[in-house]
Ligand binder design. Sequence first.
Ligand code: HEM
Length: 302
Amino acid sequence: MQAQTGICAEPNLHASYLMFDITAGQEDEVRQALAHFPELCREFENSYPDAAFSGLVAIGAMVWDRLYRHRPESLLPFPSCSSEHYQAAVTPFDLFVQFRADRFDVLHLAGQRLMARLGGRVRLREECRGFRFMDYRDLTGFVDGTENPQGEHRGEVALIAEGPFAGGSYLHVQRFVHNMTHWQRLALKEQEDTIGRTKQDNIEYASADKPLSSHIKRVNLKHADGRSKEILRQSMPWGTLEEQGLYFISCCHTPAHFNDMLASMYCGDGNGHFDHLLRYTRPVTGAAFFAPSETFLQQGGE
Ligand code: HEM
């Protein structure tokens, strides 16, 4: 089973994120168009080798049964998650497309080609451009992605290994908007305590020094047997000078790891230690998807 290239892609300079809803009655046409999606990606990968192009399309949890007969068993809507002060947005979309490359013109062309295929059958609900900021930093100024799985381990974390949905991945997407004014008012030490790493040198705090409400503490979770609960993050900064933040994307062979991390960020450890990063950034979207293998798409799910 050939996985879609965008799931485990190495970091790029640019991204194009597209969210669609499918027009009622157009499901058969959309399924046929999606069957050609891998071919479209291959064409762009081969035509612009300097761009390191990759693509992925993921199907929303709420629309899956309108498109395909068999459903990935763990595909559920985005979890509703809230604490006393904060609530994670839940905004279902039918399709999520991620195009990534080192050339923005190539991404734009790929988007045009996709729209020509899907045009009239879908409604574009959101279009957002991601970009690399400095040396892989989030707009908070902290390096993002350091503890991401590397090399072959990316696939082990992100992709289902066997069974009818082998090569597929559960995706969770949240568009975060940062309160930059609020964040930039913090002293350096307060920012570092919020993340749990140093800012300039990107060094992880010693375990004993990590505040219980630091981001790292809240999302670094383990199974009962000591193994880490891992996800592959494909996030990138996005935005304008007025509204900016992180386009957060989690890819995993199970939705459970992301769901547990989100609950740990919002509800904390049961003793009031929620993730203090949430004081400075809030997700304005939140949607759950499944990105099936290329083979599954090409065979229309049969
Ligand atoms: C680590 C930023 C949201 C999961 C990190 C790191 C930064 C960061 C700077 C440390 C460097 C690294 O290992 O990548 C952010 C920002 C977010 C955000 C700015 C939102 C605006 C999330 C969400 C989740 C998440 C929603 C999952 C629900 C993780 C994980 C790690 C991490 C698993 C690695 C932890 C470790 O093993 O040390 N994040 N993050 N992050 N983040 Fe986030």
